[in-house]
Write a protein that binds this ligand. Sequence first.
Ligand code: PDD
Length: 289
Amino acid sequence: MSRTVYVNGAYLAEEDAKISVFDRGFLFADGVYEVSSVLKGTLIDNEAHLARLHRSLNELEMEPPASDEDIVATQKELIARNELEEGVIYLQVTRGAADRDFTYPEGATPSLVMFTQVKNLLESPQGANGISVITLPDIRWTRRDIKTVGLLAPCMAKQAAKKAGADDAWMVEDGHITEGSSNNAYIVAHDGTVITRQLGNEILHGITRKAILKLAETIQIKIEERPFTPDDAYDAAEAFITSASTFVWPVVEIDGNPIGHGKVGPVARRLRQLYIEMALQEVAEQAKT
Ligand code: PDD
């Protein structure tokens, strides 16, 4: 069945949706995006995603394509039209179409595209059983705090992981893990401390990361935001990743080394459970309004 997608003001069957060959997203990856999760047809933590969208736009001197109110209305309309119960909504803003020239065009109209994807978020096998990752050099550009659509490096990393028989890749720069190819990376020390890279230009400021660190605090988990090495990870009691499209997935193997006897650990399991509870609470609260 064909999805309905949103392109610059129109709701269209996916096969009818078109973007100009001169769109700067296509020519220069001159665009930014957000992925928000949807549970029971309800957007989760979407305000935080829109706040980060504005930050990304601002860093690239790009105009917002619409007001937040209109963006949310479109997201909700698209969820309704596609009868999306569980999955994600993808939103992309590009600088728009203009004759090919590297400098930003004057007065180009930004493009806004959105589509939904069905995804099993609550009952994912990876959430229950964990995943394996390999480490790879981080070959991305140095403004990873901007959520741009320039994603070839993570595509290459995920493809290399797949070839190696692993589920995903963690990136290494100057001997330290930055983050996962499309998620933030964490280890749990043997005393229960959760360690994850501090915010900076080297990683995306994950919306799920922020929520998870807050939730960890509520159950008195100690947090250290600092760089860690692949060796730290091999020796850790547990490891896990977070993102809007995974919530929390335990990592049970890194570069072939089993983490925590190769089984899902209690900290990752608990944080996943807490995140899901929080998300379902948001669903219940939004149902009231
Ligand atoms: N990826 N780091 C990177 C490089 C990411 O691409 C993502 C998200 C994250 C996690 O951010 P958040 O918790 O806000 O989803 C961290 C999305 C899901 C994607 O590209 O599909």
